[in-house]
Design a protein around this ligand. Structure first.
Ligand code: PFF
Length: 479
C-alpha cells in the first residue's frame, strides 16, 4: 500500500503494523514533535518574562531529571504495545496483571492532543500570515534595508491584534495550516510523517543556525548570553520554577501520549534510552539557540524582552525594522517557525488519528480527515475568541468560559490539568504498577542507570508534577 519503504518499516516494527523505516527516521520525527512553537515562541517568552538565567538553568535541570525519565517511560509504553497509545498502555497493564483502566492515562493524552492541535494550528496560521507579511514587505521596501520602512512602531505592533481580530482571515489560515498537517498524516507514518521530518528537520536546523549567526553579528550577543546564562539565585522563585517545569514538559511533548504513539512505531532493536537522550538534548539545544537567536536581535534594537507571548509577534517584527535585510530575515525566521510548528502539529494529529483507526477499523485517510474536521470546528472557535476579541466571546454565557476565549480555556485545561494528570499517572504506572522485568527489558539501561531512572520515575517525577498540578488548580498557592 505504501510502496517499498513500508516493507522495510513493517519488518522493522515486526508486528505487521506500519512503522518507522529506520532508527534515525524515528529520532528525527520525535525531535520534530518536540521542537515546535514551545521552543521558538514559548521558551524565549517565558525566559524573558521570568528573569532569564534562573529560569533557563532550572529548565535544564527539569529536562534532565524529570523530562528525560518521563520521555523514556512514554516511549517504552508505546514500543512495548506496538499499538495506539491507549491500547499500548492497556497491553502493558494486562501483561503486568494490573487494571486495564490504566489506559486512561493515554486516553487523556489522546483527548489533550486533539484539543491542543485545534489551537496549535491557529498559531501556525498566524505564522503563515507573518511569512506573507514579510514577503510582501520585501517587495515594497526592497532587500537591503530594515523591514517595514516608513511605518511607525505602533503600526508594526498592531499587526498581531489586527490579525487576531480578523475572524475570517484567522479561520482561513487555521484551515490552511491544518490542511497541510492533514496531508502528511493522511499519507501515513513512513510515507508522510517520516518523509516530512527527514526533509524538514535538517532545513529547520540550517535556518536556525544561519539566523542565529547573522543575529550575533548585530552586536548584542554577549548581552544575550549574560541574560540567558547568568544565574542570580534570588530570581529563582517558586513561580519561576513551576514555569520552567511546565515549559520543559510541554517542550518534550509529554503528557499528551505523543511519545507513546511515536514509540508504538519503533522497532524492537532500537535502544530507547539512547534515543530519548538524543531527543531531549536536541530539543533543549533548539530552545537555547532560539533564545540566542531572538534576544540579540531584540537587544540590538533596544527593545524589552519581557513581552511574553507578544515577543515573537510584536517585539521581534519591530526589531527587524532596524536590522539590515530585515524583511528577508523575517521571511526566513517565520518560515523556520512554521516548519517547527508543522512537525509538531503532525505529531499532535497523529495521536488521535491512530486511536480512531484502531478503535473503529477506519482506514488512515478517513480517520485523519474525521479528526481534522473536529479540530477545525474547535479551532475556528479558538480563532474567533482570542484575548484580542474579549467582548465578542461567543461562549461568555458559560461560567467556565466567562471572560476567557476558547483558545485560553483549552490551553489552560490541557497544560495545567490534563497533561500533568496524565504524566503523574504515567510515572506511577511505569514506576510502581508495571511488571519490572517487562519495563527493564524495554529501557536498554545498565543496572546502575536503571536504578537511578527508577528512582526518578517513582519519586521525583510524580512529586514535582503534583506541584504543577496544584499550582494549575490553585494559581495563588505559591505567590
Ligand atoms: N513539543 C511541542 C512544542 O514544543 O511546541 C508541542 C507538542 C507537540 C506537544 C506534540 C505535544 C505533542 F504531542
Amino acid at each position: 500500500m505504501f510502496g517499498g519503504r513500508c516493507l522495510v518499516a513493517l519488518e522493522t516494527a515486526g508486528s505487521g503494523r506500519e512503522g518507522w523505516s529506520s532508527r534515525s527516521a524515528f529520532v528525527l520525527a520525535a525531535i520534530g514533535s518536540a521542537v515546535g512553537l514551545g521552543n521558538l515562541w514559548r521558551f524565549p517568552a517565558e525566559a524573558g518574562a521570568n528573569g532569564g538565567g534562573a529560569f533557563v538553568l532550572f529548565y535544564i535541570f527539569c529536562v534532565v531529571l524529570i523530562g528525560l525519565p518521563l520521555l523514556l517511560s512514554e516511549t517504552l509504553i508505546g514500543r512495548h504495545g506496538q499499538s495506539s497509545a491507549p491500547e499500548s498502555a492497556r497491553r502493558l497493564a494486562r501483561e503486568s496483571g494490573a487494571s486495564r483502566h490504566w489506559s486512561i492515562l493515554a486516553s487523556l493524552g489522546v483527548l489533550s492532543a486533539f484539543l491542543i492541535v485545534s489551537f496549535y494550528c491557529v498559531v501556525g496560521g498566524w505564522v503563515l500570515h507573518y511569512v506573507w507579511i514579510f514577503t510582501s514587505d520585501l517587495f515594497q521596501t526592497g532587500l537591503s534595508g530594515g523591514a517595514f520602512q516608513g511605518r511607525d512602531p505602533a503600526q508594526i505592533e498592531a499587526l498581531w491584534p489586527n490579525l487576531a481580530g480578523n475572524g475570517g482571515l484567522t479561520v482561513a489560515l487555521d484551515a490552511l495550516f491544518l490542511g497541510i498537517t492533514l496531508f502528511f498524516v493522511a499519507r501515513g507514518v513512513s510515507s508522510g510523517i517520516e518523509v516530512m521530518a527527514v526533509w524538514l528537520m535538517p532545513a529547520f536546523f540550517v535556518l536556525l543556525i544561519a539566523i542565529t549567526v547573522y543575529g550575533a553579528f548585530g552586536g548584542a550577543f554577549h548581552e544575550s548570553m549574560a541574560f540567558l546564562f547568568s544565574f542570580e539565585p534570588h530570581k529563582l522563585t517558586g513561580s519561576v520554577m513551576l514555569a520552567a517545569l511546565g515549559q520543559a514538559f510541554f517542550s518534550l511533548s509529554l503528557g499528551v501520549a505523543g511519545m507513546i504513539t511515536y514509540g508504538g512505531y519503533v522497532g524492537r532493536k532500537v535502544n530507547l534510552a539512547t534515543t530519548s537522550v538524543i531527543i531531549a538534548a536536541a530539543d533543549t539545544f533548539v530552545a537555547l539557540v532560539a533564545g540566542l537567536c531572538i534576544f540579540p536581535i531584540v537587544f540590538a534594537a533596544g527593545l524589552g524582552v519581557n513581552a511574553g507571548p507578544a515577543l515573537m509577534f510584536q517585539t521581534l517584527p519591530h526589531a527587524f525594522q532596524s536590522m539590515p535585510f530585515g524583511s528577508l530575515v523575517g521571511i526566513f525566521f517565520f518560515l523556520m517557525v512554521g516548519v517547527a510548528a508543522l512537525t509538531s502539529s503532525v505529531a499532535l494529529l497523529e495521536v488521535p488519528t491512530s486511536w480512531l483507526m484502531e478503535k473503529t477499523g477506519l482506514r488512515r485517510v478517513p480517520a485523519s480527515c474525521t479528526i481534522a474536521l473536529g479540530a477545525m470546528i474547535l479551532g475556528a472557535l479558538s480563532a474567533l475568541s482570542t484575548n484580542e476579541l474579549a467582548e465578542f466571546y461567543p461562549l461568555n454565557f458559560i461560567p467556565l468560559f466567562e471572560g476567557q476565549g476558547v483558545f485560553d480555556v483549552l490551553d489552560g485545561l490541557t497544560s495545567k490539568l490534563f497533561m500533568p494528570i496524565a504524566a503523574i499517572m504515567t510515572s506511577v504506572f511505569v514506576g510502581w504498577v508495571s511488571d519490572r522485568r517487562l519495563v527493564n527489558a524495554e529501557t536498554g539501561l545498565s543496572p546502575t542507570l536503571q536504578g537511578i531512572w527508577r528512582f526518578l520515575v517513582c519519586w521525583l517525577c510524580p512529586l514535582t508534577l503534583f506541584g504543577i498540578l496544584a499550582v494549575g488548580i490553585f494559581p495563588n498557592l505559591f505567590i
